[in-house]
Ligand binder design. Structure first.
Ligand code: SF4
Ligand code: SF4
Length: 483
């Protein structure tokens, strides 16, 4: 491939040096960032007493196939809850994006949160935008080595602790840290932590806005969720440009009145909105797919307008309809529809979690053989009873049968048993039907010829450990076919 073709296919990254900014949206973003980090970094350290698993409030115990979230234990068979959560998130994304645009990207996305922190570190070590630009252009001297090295070292530390924290969600956090630092942790823990350290370092430190611009699929398909009423961040070009376009402050166009008299707009072309933009775009050129809706350009322009004592809002949250002088309607059938589906899906999931039984019980017929004729003429069917204590406390369970007059249950004395916390157990159950004394010859012949099938109900009841209704499982009881 020729060098010329290479140049067409690959554009070298133009470094972006975002300037810091103060304002309401920056404060909001910092608040979200602090809250998100507190939750992510502290959650694995929150203790929660458990009898059969590490005392960790949030733990994804893969070998034990249990997910613990405080008092909720999610087992493999509850995986539909996870599907429910994913569906809810998908609807939420459609709902929020249709309403407020890329608010997820600007405030909550992991890439945004980690890039923001990495930029704060960079700013703290290397200084404000001009100082960082100077440092990048400067030759590699002692100062540059210390500042660049210090930045990378701190990035690496944050990336490492982020990777290790993620790993802590899968094992007991204090044990992992000790084992990790003493070289005794499982291989998977080292691999996961190393992988996440490197990806965090590269994505948040080096690639930054390129992840949003080139790698993230959401940036590409979000436009399908936008409509004319969706909140977007926009520059009021009519107010900013006047009929003569942007003009810096100068002789005769310093005050607003002078500028209006000269048909010059309110944008003083200071470039502050461009300098604060983490993706390096100029919002004055219109809505662009790179914009992550972080609203920092609003803060920047508001600061300039405050300084000039002119009204705020030259850059603001608005909608395409508002820009075209039409009314913005937020409560549209589409939005209401998403809201209703979202509420219903969330309600169903919460109801399903709250009403889930503390234990599960299954009864399956053993079909080889389907029945056994006993020497006294009685008939026996065998079953496999599977019990699963989903709680983190022991549970006493009793099994009995109903619905088949005269039948007896034999479980080798396990008709009443104690299940350890989260114990799963399989038991053999035999149901025996004695020969019918009152059965006349004709009736027995008919039943046997038809291969008659009766029904038996297994009643599984918790005696101690939980308060819940008994579980009833109805299974067939087979009689011999005519022989
Ligand atoms: S910050 Fe406001 S005044 Fe300054 S260039 Fe941007 S839009 Fe114009
Ligand atoms: S244009 Fe404004 S809202 Fe969009 S990414 Fe840049 S600073 Fe954030």
């Amino acid at each position: 491939m020729s060098e010329e073709t290479n140049q067409q296919l690959y554009q070298k990254r133009i470094p972006i040096y975002p300037r810091s900014v103060k304002g309401r949206f920056r404060t909001l973003k910092t608040g979200v960032l602090v809250l998100a980090y507190l939750v992510f970094f502290l959650l694995p350290w929150v203790r929660w007493e458990r009898l059969n698993a590490p005392d960790q409030a949030v733990l994804y115990d893969l070998p034990g196939r249990h997910f613990y979230i405080f008092s909720l234990t999610i087992q493999v068979q509850d995986i539909f809850w996870l599907a429910g959560v994913l569906i809810i998130f998908a609807i939420l994304l459609f709902f929020v994006t249709g309403l407020a645009g890329r608010i997820w990207c600007g405030y909550f996305c992991f890439q945004t949160l980690w890039t923001d922190l990495f930029m704060m570190i960079e700013h703290w070590v290397q200084g404000e935008r001009p100082a960082r630009m100077r440092l990048d252009k400067a030759p590699w001297d002692r100062e540059k080595l210390i500042k660049k090295g210090g930045t990378y070292a701190l990035w690496l530390l944050v990336a490492f602790w982020s990777g290790l924290t993620f790993t802590m969600y899968w094992v007991d956090a204090p044990t992992l840290v000790i084992e990790f630092l003493t070289g005794r942790a499982p291989y998977a823990a080292y691999f996961t932590t190393l992988f996440l350290t490197l990806t965090t370092f590269v994505m948040a430190g080096l690639a930054r806005e390129q992840v949003c611009t080139y790698m993230c699929p959401y940036a590409r398909f979000q436009s399908a969720m936008f409509d004319h009423d969706t909140l977007i961040i926009s520059y009021d070009s009519a107010r900013g440009e006047g009929s003569k376009g942007r003009a810096k402050l100068g002789k005769g166009i310093k005050t607003r009145e002078e500028r209006q008299a000269q048909n010059v707009g309110d944008c003083i072309d200071c470039g502050y909105c461009v300098q604060v933009c983490p993706v390096g775009i100029d919002i004055r050129n219109g809505l662009q797919y790179q914009c992550i809706s972080c609203a920092l350009c609003i803060d920047a322009c508001d600061a300039i307008m405050d300084n000039m004592k002119w009204p705020r809002g030259l850059i603001a949250y608005t909608s395409e309809n508002a820009l075209n002088g039409r009314k913005t309607t937020l409560l549209k059938p589409k939005t209401i529809g998403y809201g209703v589906i979202l509420t219903a899906a969330t309600g169903i999931l919460i109801w399903s979690v709250l009403t889930s039984a503390p234990y599960t019980a299954m009864v399956e017929q053993i079909r080889q053989p389907l029945y056994t004729r006993l020497s006294d003429g009685g008939i026996r069917n065998s079953y496999e009873v599977k019990l699963n204590n989903k709680l983190t406390v022991p549970m006493t369970v009793a099994v009995r049968i109903e619905g088949l007059p005269g039948a007896t249950l034999d479980m080798d004395g396990m008709e009443r048993l104690e299940l350890a916390p989260q114990q799963r157990i399989k038991l053999l159950a035999r149901v025996q039907l004695p020969p019918r004394q009152d059965d006349d010859h004709e009736g027995r012949e008919r039943r046997e010829h038809d291969g008659e099938r009766e029904k038996v109900n297994f009643i599984i009841e918790v005696l101690e450990g939980a308060k819940t209704a008994p579980i009833q499982r109805q299974v067939p009881f087979y009689l011999p076919e005519g022989d």
